[in-house]
Design a protein around this ligand. Structure first.
Ligand SMILES: [Zn+2]
Ligand SMILES: [Zn+2]
Ligand SMILES: [Zn+2]
Length: 296
């Protein structure tokens, strides 16, 4: 599988638009890998994971034609991962000649519910008398289809097999195991350390992981111990090391598994690209950056 990291930042991005902290000022000064849009990846040019507010810009930057896209996996309903207002532009007489006129979105019941909350009354259609329908017009027009997934079940989505697992985070979040062509990816962000029930379920599974994409919102912070676990809903590299160790002991990861860290926040410790990339490498991780591509 070909994995393209379109965005590698947390909710605020780096720099955060309104922030003057040293991390954000460094990112403005340095540009390039120091700047991070909101996290999302594209797999094999067929499956987009998360659709945050930078999707339009990231698609153009990657040279990707969104009119060719059919399937989008959503991890959770936080707006850096799911920004459905952009879908307004898919409606009839706004978008033409799409390869797949119906864009299929997949996520938890919470993602389904939040779609209708996010799509405010200003997102009305010009077509017919269906104003103030909070996004229903896109479903009626078959321009969007919402599919609710259940945890621990495996689904065929396009050419992929996708298994959602419950994550530790806000709302009803999922992390995903994504398989194709005999390869496995664990999309393990945006989230905190895995629940014990998930570790136990994984221990009984036969998944073989070629790539794990870890949450690294807090960079060098241990989110379970720092300030009495105040940061429990995200991970940092100390937590990723422990998680990788457990996945390896369970036989899901091996020394051939590629470990990537992403979803960085300016609130992290030593999070600037120049500081963190060497620390990641030293611990056997790849520090993701916007535009990074991996072939597994
Ligand atoms: Zn996030
Ligand atoms: Zn900042
Ligand atoms: Zn989140």
């Amino acid at each position: 599988m070909k994995v393209k990291f379109w965005g590698t930042g947390a909710a605020e991005g780096i720099p955060c638009g309104f922030c003057g902290c040293p991390v954000c000022q460094e990112a403005r000064r340095m540009g390039g890998r120091y700047q991070r849009t909101r996290a999302q990846v594209m797999i094999d040019d067929q499956l987009l994971v998360d659709m945050g507010p930078d999707t339009y810009t990231n698609a153009n930057r990657a040279g990707y034609d969104l009119s060719q896209l059919e399937n989008v996996l959503i991890t959770h309903s936080h707006c850096d991962h799911f920004y459905p207002n952009e879908l307004h532009n898919r409606q009839i007489e706004f978008s033409y000649d799409m390869k797949y006129p119906t864009l299929k979105l997949y996520g938890s019941q919470d993602v389904y519910d939040q779609y209708f909350n996010f799509m405010g009354a200003d997102n009305v259609s010009n077509i017919g008398n269906i104003s103030k329908s909070r996004g229903k017009y896109l479903i009626d027009q078959k321009r969007v289809a919402l599919n609710v997934l259940e945890e621990y079940k495996t689904y065929d989505i396009g050419e992929f097999k996708v298994t959602p697992l419950p994550a530790t985070h806000g709302g009803q979040p999922f992390v995903y195991i994504i398989e194709k062509d005999g390869k496995g990816i664990f999309y393990l962000n945006d989230c905190g350390t895995l629940k014990e029930e998930v570790f136990e379920w994984l221990a009984k599974s036969n998944f073989k992981l070629d790539l794990v994409i870890y949450d690294c919102t807090h960079a060098m912070r241990n989110t379970l111990t720092d300030q009495e676990g105040k940061y429990w809903s995200h991970m940092g590299q100390p937590n990723n090391i422990v998680t990788r160790q457990r996945l390896t002991e369970m036989g899901l990861c091996s020394d051939k598994t590629i470990s990537v860290e992403t979803h960085f926040s300016h609130n992290g410790i030593s999070v600037g690209y120049g500081d963190f990339a060497p620390l990641a490498e030293k611990a056997g991780f790849i520090c993701a950056y916007d535009g990074m591509e991996l072939d597994i």
